[in-house]
Design a protein around this ligand. Structure first.
Ligand code: SF4
Ligand code: SF4
Length: 156
């Protein structure tokens, strides 16, 4: 029983010294800074494969809380939703924003200074204006032909 409890805990500085495949579920979830950037629609240039983010948010995104409205069932409700795991992070990391906690740890970089694991404040991405809280347009309010008008040039 004691071991089970230990496996579910968050160890100090785990992101610096624990391999991603060895992280507990709470540790893995804690790598997310809550920025909401991965819930923004992306456009890929057919010729260059360059990916650009827009400020149009996925239909399940709640702009006020900056969270998914159904995190547990996100993949069932939005087939294109990418569920990061220690197994697929290598393939997906380059699609994530440079500030993303998962991408940064995978690439051996330090977390952003405003990351909740650094500040101890779960809202620090919002307080420091590093999240998309109250900054998105719902997917269903924009015609697909107009998506490129919402491209963000500097995501970070
Ligand atoms: S981009 Fe990364 S850190 Fe930001 S919300 Fe998505 S998974 Fe979390
Ligand atoms: S389903 Fe939820 S987690 Fe997935 S992209 Fe949409 S809002 Fe984000």
């Amino acid at each position: 029983m004691k071991n089970l409890k230990a496996k579910q805990s968050i160890r100090p500085n785990f992101w610096k010294n624990i391999d991603m495949t060895e992280m507990t579920k709470p540790e893995w979830e804690a790598l997310c800074d809550g920025c909401g950037k991965c819930c923004l629609l992306k456009l890929e240039d057919e010729d260059t494969n360059e990916v650009k983010f827009t400020n149009i948010a996925c239909r399940l995104f709640d702009d006020n809380t900056c969270k998914c409205q159904n995190y547990a069932l996100r993949k069932q409700m939005v087939s294109g939703c990418v569920v990061l795991t220690p197994e697929n992070i290598e393939r997906i990391a380059h699609w994530m924003p440079n500030t993303c906690g998962y991408r940064r740890v995978f690439e051996g970089q330090s977390l952003m200074k405003w990351h909740p694991l650094i500040t101890g404040n779960p809202d620090s991405a919002h307080i420091t204006n590093n999240s998309f809280q109250n900054r998105t347009i719902p997917e269903y309010d924009v015609e697909e032909d107009d998506f490129e008008n919402y491209i963000i040039e500097d995501l970070a």
